[in-house]
Design a protein. Sequence first.
Lengths: 127, 478, 365
Amino acid sequence: MKKKILVIEDNPMVVKSLEFKLTKEGYEVTTAIDGRSAMEELETNSFDLILTDLMLPFVSGSQLIEHIKKNYPTIPIIVLSTATQEDIITDAFNMGVDDFISKPFSPNELTLRVKRSLGASKKNIHS
Amino acid sequence: MNFNFFEFIDIASFIFLTYGLIIISGYIFLALYSLFELRDYKRKNNFKDEVALLQSSHLPKISVLAPAYNEEANVIENVRSLLTLDYPSFEIVIINDGSSDNTLDSLIKTFDLYQDDVLYHSPIATKNVRAVYSSRQKAYKNLKVVDKENGGKADALNSGINCCSHEIICCIDVDCILERDALLKLVKPFLNNNKKVIASGGIIRVANSCIIEDGRIIKVRLPDSFIDRAQLLEYFRAFLMGRMAWSRIDGLLLISGAFGMFDKKTVIESGGYNPATVGEDMELLVRMRRLMRDKKIPYTVSFVPDPLCWTEVPKSWKVLHRQRNRWTRGTIETLSLHKKLLFNPKYGVLGMLSTPYWMFFEWFAPIIEFFGIIFLLLMFIFGQINIQVFLVFFGVVYTFSVLFSITALFFEEYSFQQYKKPKYMLLLLRTALLEPLLYHPFVMWAAVKGNVDLLLGKTSWGKMTRTGLSNPSKPNID
Amino acid sequence: MLDHNMMLLHLTMGNLPFYISDLPVVLEINLVMTMVFVVLTILLLSLILYLRVHKNSQNHRRKKLNLFIIDFINNYLFNEDFDKEKETRNFKNRHLRTSLDKQIAIDQILVFAENLKGESSASLKEVFYGFGLKEFLLTKLTSKAWYKQAKALNVAYQLNLEIPMTLVDSLFNTNYKKLRQQAFLYYLHMSTENPLGFLDKVEIPLTLWEQIYIENGLKSYDGETPDFSKWLHHDISSVVIFCMKMIADYNQFEHIPILLRFLHHQNPELRQQAIISLRKMEEPELLPILIHNFNEETLLIKHEILKTIGKIGSEKHLKSIGKFMVTEEPSLEVEFKKVALQKNLEASHFLGANFNTIKYDNLPY
């Protein structure tokens, strides 16, 4: 069965590229353009991985991550953001995200990391 | 008696024509120069590369000064919003101007303040400062609160200037809403100029009816009520048409008290804000310009048209009347204090254009208009004009006012286009058509009343027993 | 139009005396003016309407074309079965006809370049060339309008496009600030070993804003950090100041001896920056020189010296300048006391015997 990924990002170009690339790689991709609609998606569907930006309209990325960690603690999260400041990255890891990819990103590297996070979460569940 | 009366009519018609010509040339000047200035500004600023600069440690530090007088209802929220401005290094200085409510207590409680016996030099004389507070919490380390005896807005700002730490100061009304990048945009002229920049001012936008969340404008909406919309139109005329044009020829006389940035050294050297006038924002800038000119230092004053500062304008006719009455007195006081500049070629644009313009258009215009109306009424009474003649005179004045407003609307459309819904455009058009009939006579009367009050000296502006500090932005044309 | 009015005005004057009730000329003027105003108002209203419609149709076009371009580039980047050459030609012929179309394409490629790196960057450049946008960019660069040139340079350095350096060289001293800045950034981003080489050609002062842009550009420069001392003897003092700042920021301690020499420079601005930079690098030799010069220094630099003592000095240093403190400079005295407090010292022990402590508190005068 296809793995399901939720992509949360407000830049239409990035959303489209991620959707295209990840679909090509054999995943089922759902997209949300802001925190609010992401929360709605999470309520109606189940996902194997979440890929999110930190700068989001309405509900900020960190609020969203907190929400996910509280309600869906098993879904791995990868943050994709422009933040170059170390404290933002550290904060993200402290909140329990699995990986941090900074923009600009390399699409190939991103798919590798997605694969890795999905693999790691499987191991976690089994052990 | 009849003979004299007709001679009087001749003179009056002559004055009417001359005055009309001056106003039309003024209009052409404002329209053309604003157009050029806005065009240039747009060209210079359609690069999206400035955000990265916020990482630089070489941007000058800024002190944001906000006086607060009986603001307990909103001050906490306002300070929180100010603290989240996007700029690498700045401090917020709130000056509690002897509030009689709990403004100070709620600040102390919320931000965990303690009395900080910091040493500082006070080059400008002010009313007694009781204490300076800082926060124990790291998150608020760039907040300072000055507690002082009531002395009015100018005095409050002066004590803020005395004890703030940085060389560039930004004076604001505590209740105005700033865009996150406001400081960067306003400081840019200081850094990117070959001449010394002594001040830069921003455009003031009307926040009435806008949707505001956490001290941010979430959605721009056109005000629902006529009086708000009429003021909005007035602000368009004043800022997009007036100040843009004046800034192009470096003849700005006023930077709104609601949002302006200054070079602290020059402010101190000029003596700071003048607490004896109700037009302290205009008076300071004129004095600073005079100082620079007298010292023969090349300098400039800059103006940024981006919508950076939003403020609530008076919603009731009574408050509006009080505000306009005060603005008129402020203008007259400033012009009288600096009458040496008037038609003085030594002061260049300032002496030959800016101050005469303010005298004729800001000070005299409402008076002339007022007497014009009385004159027409008298003619009616004496049976000297019929209704057709009256309509012709009325028509020319009316169509000109509408043209002026529509030109300003055009500039808004050309520059920032904040009111995108077609419905808004229609409403603004309707406002432009009604404003000369329903709104303008009222502000004209407020201005005339201001003149009368100043002449009779019956107001207590010297003591400044004010009800609030909101003294937004004074548009410089009518 | 105005002349016409003046003529009418003279006519009016010629007709004196007259009665308001039969004032044909004045009324005529008024009627004409009213009509002019009405016509102008209608004209402006149509202009507003036109601007609206124009902007909306442009935005509509932009939205539509953006979707096509994003789709095209995604296929180009990630779809192995995509016939790149043929599809590029097709796309160009079908969708990129007007200069607005080309501008939209450039903007969208820039968005991609901003977000993607690695193997995608080269592909994006291919798309750019394939769409024939290089030629479009060059016409802009050689245009007379500075804002078009500036935009073109901006695109060029973001996409790493080679353009003839002769076109850029002449722009280092233009009076159009935005253009000059983009020229600097282009040089910096395209350079492989000498990112600040343009400084050799700079003949008019660098504004602080330009300095910050250059500083910011250097942060993303991949090559070796330049040796900033190369321009410490530049004719333009703002260039020298910029280099002194950078020496401190990049910890180029090997240049401290040159900076120390600047403490005796005749230009106070250069002396001041030298102090700030050396203070940042906490150079121990700095303080003895400053204290020796203290009495002859300008007020501004005296402040810097006190600040330096506060940061890296000791009780001894503070004591040695106490005797030079004069009552006429209250702001300096406050600074002095602040430093003393910071070092937990009683300031009065250090000030000269004939020093009258002035009031620095906040009582009304």
